[in-house]
Structure formats: structure tokens, C-alpha cells
Write a protein that binds this ligand. Sequence first.
Ligand code: UDP
Length: 380
Amino acid sequence: MSLTVLMNAGPWLSVPPPGYGGIENVIATLVPELRRLGVKVVLASVDSSTLAVDEKFSVFPDGQFHALQRPYNQVCGVAQAHLAGVARVVHARDDIDLVHDHVEAVGLATLAAMGPDAPPALHTLHWDLAKHPALYGNLDGGDRVRVNGVSASQLARAPQALRDHSVGHVHLSTPLAVDADRRRLPDKGDYLIILGRINPGKGQDVGARLAQRVGVPLVLAGPVGPYHRPEDLAAAGDEARQNPDVRFFYDEVAPHVDGDLVRWVGTVAGQDRDDLLAGARASLFPLRWEEPGGTAVVESLALGTPVVATARGCLPELIEHGRTGLLTTDEEELGDLLLAAGLLDPDECRREAAARFTPAVMAEKYVRLYERVRQQATTP
Ligand code: UDP
């Protein structure tokens, strides 16, 4: 295939990311598979990115995460400078067939403003968008600019202007799903796990309370705000409470953490993370928000760990109730499901991941979306 894609990763973190970095991880997973399919990739990122691509360019030497304004990268000098660099490159050469953009909000607006001479663009939505419609108000690029979601439910909740420009969704993937059905995994231990940032949306307070109620051991793995290890949080003292996730942890989660039945182990990474996840009877997602993409959900399946979750956000798209997990809309019923999770077959989960959530599957879907975006851009 002769297709040249300008992959706009943005100026915030290098690709692959040094640690935290969901969007940059998606790009690092997608690009090698696209290149395997014959797509030429020009990466717009920061100079310190080490991802293997056909060409790359940058405006900044390294990640500008410290300059990121929350929520999202609203109009901000760093984003503007990076995007002006992308616009210059796009206008200076005639071999870019499509821009695949991942820079929230401002990226989309910039693409829309590039005018009819710019190549068509696909912008991937990465977050829960319902709360931030204004950031996506201006889509004057018409049919040249399209968006995709990371789940159908994320798109369904997105502002109308985005849905009008949607070409569909592509679920997230994980390299763990490659050969997931064949890999040897550690034996199951007698515990459940919640893997994710400690945050009200992820519902660790609900999970910890339910685990205490039904008497099953639960491991909470993930950072509390900027604190990755329990000893770092303990050493931070009262000032740490300025962070809302720290307050949530102390006020809502910690009362159920007894260090025995329910434990918080901090952030886990690499092989330790995989072993902990693979060894759990089930992975619990007691969500209180509409999970947009659910990387940890597909990772669980790939490691043969069934998912017990609130049926919110993308969960019903990723999990088949009764086969790869157990879903309910009732918080109290979730407690009963914790006890039933051991009845599910880990091999069904691994087969599902190997069939649906590999990077190769994701790349094939993106190539199809690229074709659709280009067709729609050339058809009046
Ligand atoms: N993660 C990790 N260690 C932790 C907690 C989370 O490696 O202690 C990873 C997890 O495996 C997943 C990502 O962080 O790859 C979280 O992505 P997800 O889409 O599940 O949640 P988000 O934080 O983006 O809402």
C-alpha cells in the first residue's frame, strides 16, 4: 500500500512515553503495525521520541508536559507552536495523504483551519467528551476533517458536532493480546485486583467496601495523584491533600484498606504488573464514570483475567456477560458477582483478546478508516 500518514502525537510527551502516557502509548502500539501494512509514517512529536518511523519532525526538543493546561490542552502557546509546525510541513510538501491527529481540542481546530489545500485529517478522540463540548465547537474544515472514537459509547456521548463528523470507532489494543491464547501464565492466586489511577470515576471506594462485605481479598494497584508508592504518600504529609485524588483516597478508600483483606500496593509496572494482573481471579471495575476506552480492561482479558464491572461506558462493548466477565448496573449486586468470578474461564478471555484486541487488529481498522476519510474528502 502506498499511503503516507502524518501522525501528530503532539508536544506533551515523547513516544513511546517515559512512564505515564495513554495517548502516546496508543501511537507507539499503532505505528509499527501500520508500517508492517506498508503505510509510511511521518511522526510529528518531540525530538526525544525514539519510536521507529519513516521520518519525524518536531518543534520542541523534549516533552512539554509541564505546560499542559488542564482540562485538556486548551489554547496554549506550546500547542499552538507545535501545530503551526505541523501546518508548515503539511503545506510545504505534497506527499502527505492524510493527517492522523491525536492532539485534543486544539489539534482538531487547527486541522479544520488548514483549508482546502491541506490533506484530509482523522482526529482520534481519547477522552470522555460529554463534559467538554465547547472545546470541540469549531469544525469548519467540513468533510476534510473526520473524527473517530475509541468506543461506540464514547462517540454516543460526544457533542453533536463531533458525531456529525464521525467515521466510527476503533477499540484500544494491547501488545499483551499477541499470542495471548498460547502464552504460559502464572497460576491464579486467591485475590481480586483493581488496576488503575485511584480516582472517584474508577470507584476503588466501592470495590474496597464490597470486598470487605463479601470477604474476598482485593489488591488496589495504581497511583494516588502523583504518588506512586504508599511510603511516598505517607511522607508527603498534609499538603498532599490539596490533590483531589489524594483526598478521595484518604476520605473514601483508606477506611476500607486494612492491609490484610484490602491492600493498596501503589503503582505496578512491567512484568510485576502483568504477573499481578494474570494471577488475579478477576479484575474489578466498579466504575462511576463512562470509561471511554479501557486499556486495563483489554489487558486483563489478554492475561486471562475475567472482568467484573459496572456496565458503564465501553465495558459492555469489551466484555461479554457470562463469558469474559460479569456486568451489572447495580452497585450492590456487584458484590455478589465478585464471588461468582472464579467460575469464568480464563482461556475464553485470552482467546477474546487474541481475536479482538491485538495491535494488528487495531492497525487494520485504522487503515480502513483512513480510506473512508480520504474517500469522503474527495467525494463532493
Ligand atoms: N497502569 C499501570 N500500573 C498501575 C496502574 C495502571 O501500568 O499501577 C496502566 C494500565 O495497565 C493501563 C493504563 O495504566 O495500561 C491505564 O489506562 P486505562 O485506559 O485503563 O485508564 P485511564 O487511566 O487512561 O483512564
